[in-house]
Design a protein around this ligand. Structure first.
Ligand SMILES: [Zn+2]
Ligand SMILES: [Zn+2]
Length: 429
């Protein structure tokens, strides 16, 4: 695969947007999606309400007027947990904690860079050199000013320049020639993929900066580009749903040609024999385990208790996203859960409520691995579907309490599950 394409797919995956293996989506569409993912991460449209953005006249960030530190303000979502999680995965896979840069950590590392900017800016350091391990190439960033935008959100206005590896000079010399005075600079070791993601973000934002905003440049900074950076957080399940959705052919995403479902399992659609053949290695396992199975559609609810509303917080979600409507909304006018699976099949875990003496109506609790939704099949809503689900759990499930099954989303509040076919192997979650 061409390296540019692999980089785009890796960067998307690092943010959580995992596209089908072998996707034929063209590079420019992948690039567009990456920009959308970066915007979702910086919640751009929520924070910058009008474009072009002109920071002139905004208040500057001052630690004396804010109850939280700049680092706290920049840290969105649960970065510490995300990092611990990555560290424990490394431990589990037998790797040492010595830093081995991995593509899937790219987004986390870029968010980490933002925390470093915040920390050092408060210590009086404004120049940062994001370099490779050999210190040959990198990005130089100077924070010009930190302003406050909507809802006490900090924004760094920066100028930056990409430095390519050159045979007749070192990165240190280039940096030295730009900043002639003795200036403290923060050096950060980064991977090419991390710098590329940051450069994409800087370029994306630079195009939205008002040309009326012209902060003073220092000597030798003429070739630098002006941009700004906002705090980055994990992207919400709602955004993930939009960004992973590839309606149309399961392989290439084509929506123009007529689609044909796999005749054996009815669970997946392709535009052509070519796409179907190319996907067979991927699809084989689920196809065989689903062949001849019976799909049953049923309505689901977001809560098992009438009048009680539950909201789901994924451990990657930011608490800042929980607005008043989410928490106080009644179950009747609640928004449907996001659909991150499109029309693809996916595995759900089903658990039957055993305690019926507590007044909790009979139900089956259902969720997916990402916990993008957690819903209930109520006996009162669909007695037949409930009976089939409960009896499959009791006869084939783990201790008669839970089981995994293939599912597909068939409506806002409707799911279809193949109760009589189990996945080849139970997943571990
Ligand atoms: Zn196709
Ligand atoms: Zn099939």
């Amino acid at each position: 695969m061409d390296p540019l394409r692999q980089d785009l797919l890796n960067q998307l995956a690092a943010i959580g947007v995992v596209l089908p293996k072998g996707t034929k989506m063209p590079n420019d569409a992948l690039e567009k999606r990456l920009n959308q993912a970066l915007d979702a991460s910086q919640t751009f449209t929520e924070i910058i309400t009008s474009v072009p953005f002109n920071p002139t006249g905004l208040n500057t960030w001052s630690s004396s007027t804010h109850s939280e530190s700049l680092i706290q303000a920049v840290q969105r979502g649960n970065l510490i947990e995300a990092m611990r999680n990555a560290a424990s995965q490394q431990m589990a896979s037998g790797q040492s904690l010595v830093k081995h840069p991995k593509a899937e950590d790219t987004f986390m590392e870029v968010r980490q860079c933002m925390l470093q900017f915040a920390k050092h800016w408060e210590d009086g350091i404004s120049i940062f050199v994001l370099q490779d391990e050999a210190q040959e190439s990198g990005i130089i960033i100077r924070i010009i000013e930190t302003y406050v935008v909507k809802d006490e959100c900090p924004v760094f206005v920066v100028i930056y320049k990409k430095i390519k590896k050159s045979s007749d000079s070192t990165l240190r010399k280039v940096v030295g020639s730009i900043f002639t005075a003795q200036i403290a600079a923060g050096n950060m070791s980064t991977t090419p993929l991390e710098r590329d993601m940051l450069a994409k973000l800087l370029l994306l934002n630079s195009k939205r900066l008002s040309s009326d905003h012209n902060p003073e440049r220092r000597k030798n900074e003429d070739s630098f580009r002006l941009s700004f950076l906002l705090p980055l957080g994990p992207i919400s399940m709602q955004d993930l749903g939009k960004l992973t959705n590839t309606s149309g052919c399961a392989v290439c995403g084509d929506t123009h040609k007529a689609l044909r479902r796999c005749a054996d399992c009815q669970s997946i659609s392709y535009c052509s024999q070519e796409c179907q053949r190319g996907d067979w290695k991927q699809h084989k396992a689920s196809c065989r385990s689903l062949k001849g199975g019976h799909w049953r559609s049923f309505p689901f609810r977001l809560t098992s208790m009438p009048g009680m509303y539950q909201f789901i917080m994924n451990r990657f979600d930011s608490p800042e996203r929980m607005d008043a409507k989410t928490i106080t909304g009644s179950p009747d006018d609640a928004d449907p859960p996001p659909n991150i699976h499109g029309d693809k099949v996916f595995i759900v875990k089903l658990q039957v409520a055993v305690n019926t003496g507590s007044g909790i109506p009979q139900n089956v609790f259902i969720y997916d691995r990402q916990k993008s939704f957690q819903v209930y099949l109520m006996a009162d809503d669909d007695a037949n579907a409930f009976r089939d689900a409960a009896s499959a759990i009791q006869t084939t499930g783990w201790k008669g309490l839970k089981m995994y099954r293939w599912a597909k989303r068939t409506g806002d509040f409707e799911l279809s599950v193949c109760f009589d076919r189990a996945p080849e192997k139970d997943p571990q979650w």
